[in-house]
Write a protein that binds this ligand. Structure first.
Ligand code: FES
Length: 575
């Protein structure tokens, strides 16, 4: 039987409930805001960490959703306190939101620690926001519910369904190849994002929302409700109600997260053909929880997980279709014994209890295990002399014929050089070449920008080429596709073997053998290494310098070395 907390057990009691000069100040200043004593005395204080911002179209509705969360908190007898936090707006923030993921994680943890929070509801959804908020909350280990922003509605252009990201890349390629007009392109611009909410392909945002739900940190079904749907409003209120109960039950992330729940997270990512970014985020989240998850776990689980979600970029449909098909509960339930159902969730029940017998309404969207899109999971982990620390390829979005390939390298030292040279008619390149980009890793980018799906040379596009092997230490958007090797580690900027590749070197990709090999002798590579000079860091001060000094390599989750561990920092003294 669970023991319930008493009001005097609440963390906030130290701020509000004691007879001290400081507590007088806390109470009088809360009265100053306009609350009565009855509204806050002895109540669980719930922090709403809200990443709403005018610059974030994925979070436009979160100001209103916060009010709906508060409604639930008031109804359940809690005291809601909304606290704004850094917004990570994927489309706007430069050089990349990934660089600021760790900053929001730190901010979340410190907000929760420094204020009188007994529990929290995290409001966000755009790509890096999900791991950032959760990393901070896991480190703080207060009762936590994640309130996802939800996917936007399907895009539309002249009756064609458009998917975020995926169709941008597709139609931009056709524009460069001369197959659509500038007017077509302008119309697509106005039709591809029709409502607030996150990208509605199974990109990073939706992958991470499903991961957060299967980890037990979102109420059942919450990850896949479209943002404008009234179910989404109700999810907000129910999240507010439930978090108050979680505080009384003292149900914290450390009671919910386990090795089994992280293995479930990897399983869901693989079955969905989900974003490669999730590899980095899952490792980072697990390390915050003190659970050892490595790239080997991803490869092992990938080999035994069919891709069953028929969503772009791996498949055909969009998140709105998944919702009508039964949503995340039906998706998880369809995986049967591949998921470990006996893990705890924020409902106070197990995952298995939450999803038991969830019906599938559209079996072409959530395919049965016996009729998958791919027999094996969507992501493979590669090693070899080019990637001693590992590299990642999304096989479900690649061209099958390129998964075993050897070709000569065409090397770009950084993204600026790529933009300068790519369409040069004199560039020596054909469809068998391997495009190589460096200086795009955690330190080199910095922040591993989503440059990994390198554009193809125009002269090859005009000849009808639509995919080539491309390799880098960058990430790629969860909505991207193609035969793209990412996250090569160690990165070139710190002297990883990618830094030693020269124009014309042969590179071999062997996905069945899980190999990425530079066909150059060890002796030659040793000579090149001896001559290699480390580039200068890009930031000399501020957060950029902190980032460069402490960010870890991709296979370790790109967290800061001083944060990637469990063990909660002590609460502050209240003086
Ligand atoms: Fe926010 Fe894609 S831009 S989720």
């Amino acid at each position: 039987m669970t023991t319930r907390k008493k009001p005097t057990d609440l963390r906030s009691h130290r701020w509000y409930g004691v007879d001290t000069l400081r507590a007088f100040g806390h109470r009088s200043r809360t009265l100053q805001i306009g609350f009565t004593r009855e509204e806050f005395a002895g109540k669980p204080v719930i922090a709403l960490v809200n990443t709403w911002s005018d610059i974030n179209p994925c979070h436009t509705h979160l100001r209103q959703r916060a009010e709906e969360v508060k409604r639930g908190i008031w109804q359940a007898g809690g005291f809601p306190v909304e606290i704004p936090a850094l917004t990570l707006s994927e489309m706007f923030q430069k050089p990349t939101t990934m660089m600021y993921r760790n900053l929001l994680a730190m901010e979340t943890e410190e907000i929760l620690r420094s204020y009188p929070a007994d529990g929290c509801v995290l409001l966000g959804g755009c790509d890096k926001t999900v791991p950032a908020l959760l990393m901070g909350a896991i480190s703080m280990d207060l009762p936590t519910i994640f309130m996802p922003a939800g996917p936007m509605l399907r895009g539309n252009w002249r009756g064609k369904t458009l998917g975020s990201g995926s169709d941008v890349w597709k139609y931009h390629t056709e524009l460069r190849a001369g197959n659509i007009t500038q007017q077509d392109w302008d119309e697509i611009e106005g039709g591809i994002a029709r409502s607030f909410g996150t990208c509605m392909t199974f990109g990073t945002a939706s992958t991470m929302a499903c991961i957060a739900e299967v980890l037990g940190l979102i109420l059942p079904g919450g990850a896949t409700i479209p943002s404008p749907d009234s179910n989404h409003v109700r999810l907000a209120t129910l999240s507010g109600k439930r978090i108050v109960e979680m505080v009384w039950e003292d149900l914290k992330p450390s009671d919910i997260l386990s090795r089994a729940s992280f293995e479930n997270a990897i399983r869901v990512m693989m079955a969905g053909g989900g974003s490669t970014n999730a590899v980095i985020h899952i490792v980072a989240l697990a390390r915050r929880a003190g659970i050892d998850i490595s790239l080997a776990d991803f490869d092992r689980i990938s080999r035994t997980t069919p891709v069953t979600l028929n969503l772009r970029p791996s498949g055909q449909y969009l998140m709105e279709d998944l919702f009508y098909a039964g949503g995340s509960e039906a998706f998880f339930s369809s995986l049967g014994d591949l998921l470990q159902g006996d893990v705890m969730t924020c409902t106070g029940r197990t995952l298995g209890e939450n999803i038991a017998n969830a019906p599938i309404h559209l079996p072409d969207v959530i395919r049965p295990l016996t009729e998958p899109l791919e027999k094996e999971g969507g992501v493979a982990i590669l090693y070899g002399n080019l990637a001693p620390g590992g590299a990642v390829i999304k096989t479900s979005a690649a061209t099958p014929g390129l998964l075993t390939h050897t070709g000569p390298a065409v090397v770009f030292d950084d993204y600026n050089e790529l933009e300068r040279r790519l369409d040069d008619p004199d560039l020596v390149v054909d469809e068998n070449s391997v495009l190589v980009l460096r200086s795009a890793g955690p330190q080199g980018g910095p922040g591993m920008p989503e440059w990994g799906m390198l554009p193809l040379p125009k002269k090859l596009l005009e000849r009808g080429v639509r995919d080539m092997l491309r390799i880098s230490d960058a990430r790629m958007s969860g909505t991207s596709y193609g035969t793209v090797v990412l996250h090569i580690s160690p990165e070139s900027f710190v002297g990883g073997p990618l830094a030693l590749v020269r124009e014309g070197d042969l590179i071999t990709l062997d996905v069945p053998g899980r190999k990425l090999q530079l066909e150059v002798s060890d002796e030659e590579l040793a000579e090149r290494r001896a001559a290699w000079q480390a580039p200068a860091r890009k930031y000399g001060r501020g957060y950029g310098e902190l980032y460069a000094q402490h960010v870890e390599q991709a296979e370790h989750g790109c967290d800061f070395d001083f944060l990637a561990r469990d063990g909660r920092t002590a609460d502050p003294e209240i003086h």
